[in-house]
Design a protein around this ligand. Structure first.
Ligand SMILES: Nc1ncnc2c1ncn2[C@@H]1O[C@H](COP(=O)(O)OP(=O)(O)OP(=O)(O)O)[C@@H](O)[C@H]1O
Ligand SMILES: [Mg+2]
Length: 255
């Protein structure tokens, strides 16, 4: 079974950046195949990974609802969804990407969502790792934890509000112990002069802190130039990503 990593935290802390680098480095270390899941409706994991996404799960959901009346004879909703999901998977070198897209509208999507969830999870055993980039906030964490998560990585920065968010995630996931095996914290872009205060705040949280990823001007330049993170070279950030992989890989017995 694939080992799953979910990256969560307050908006703008660096979730997508860290999720994308995790995908690229798991591949680079020969730990693939990896399934990257963009669970943020404001999808940008594909851009960071240099993969163009044609269609999202949200698009498929709308399409099924619209086309249901016109399904060819003998085609069930389930087989349409299954065939559609295989089209949605974008294949890249060493990893595949699924983009969740926008959430459901006002119609009744329950049975469809259950179907999609089941087929998506049926895909997981084909991969060694699944990396999920979550949207900011908390709601999705409670909703999506019907799926099992081996390592939840909560990203914080020097904004105290990111710690409030991390604390709420810790509390929210307290009841979900059976579905989340281990919780970690990663600090990102904390300025040197603020480290002591940030570490003091970290001590108020229960999850294990893995590392401080410093602000990386090269990474920012790549993003500014609208290039994927595959172009990142000669930078210290991948070293921190390796630390994260070591930590979660070791715990899950995959290193
Ligand atoms: N270590 C870093 N050094 C320099 N820039 C960084 C670093 N980490 C993230 N960034 C930049 O910070 C911004 C926010 O990062 P990112 O989009 O990954 O955050 P996010 O938590 O996914 O945001 P959102 O909640 O909007 O999805 C981006 O411009 C990204 O390039
Ligand atoms: Mg993001």
């Amino acid at each position: 079974m694939a080992k799953s990593i979910a990256v969560a935290g307050k908006g703008g802390t660096g979730k997508s950046t860290i999720a994308a680098l995790l995908v690229l480095h798991l591949c680079e270390k020969g730990m693939g195949p990896v399934l990257a899941v963009d669970a943020d409706p404001d999808s940008n994991l594909g851009t960071l990974l240099g993969v163009e996404t044609a269609k999202s799960i949200g698009d498929l959901r709308e399409e099924v609802l619209k086309e249901m009346k016109n399904f060819p004879a003998g085609m069930s909703k389930a087989s349409y969804v299954e065939a559609g999901l295989h089209q949605i998977i974008e294949e890249a070198s060493g990893f595949d990407l699924i983009t969740m897209g926008r959430g459901e509208g006002s119609g009744c999507y329950c049975s469809l969502n259950n179907m999609i969830r089941k087929f998506s999870q049926d895909l997981y055993p084909s991969y060694s790792w699944v990396v999920i980039d979550n949207e900011a906030g908390l709601e999705h964490i409670s909703r999506r934890t019907t799926q099992y998560i081996d390592s939840l990585i909560v990203v914080v920065n020097d904004n105290p509000l990111s710690f409030d968010c991390a604390e709420r995630i810790e509390n929210l996931t307290e009841d979900l112990k059976s579905r989340i095996k281990k919780k970690f914290l990663v600090t990102n872009m904390v300025r040197d002069g603020r480290k002591d205060e940030v570490h003091r705040r970290l001590s108020g949280l229960k999850s294990e802190h893995i590392c401080d990823i410093p602000y990386d001007a090269k990474l920012e330049e790549i993003v500014y130039e609208d290039k994927p993170l595959t172009s990142l070279s000669d930078s210290p950030t991948p070293g921190y990503i390796d630390l994260i992989i070591e930590k979660i890989g070791g715990i899950n017995g995959n290193s």
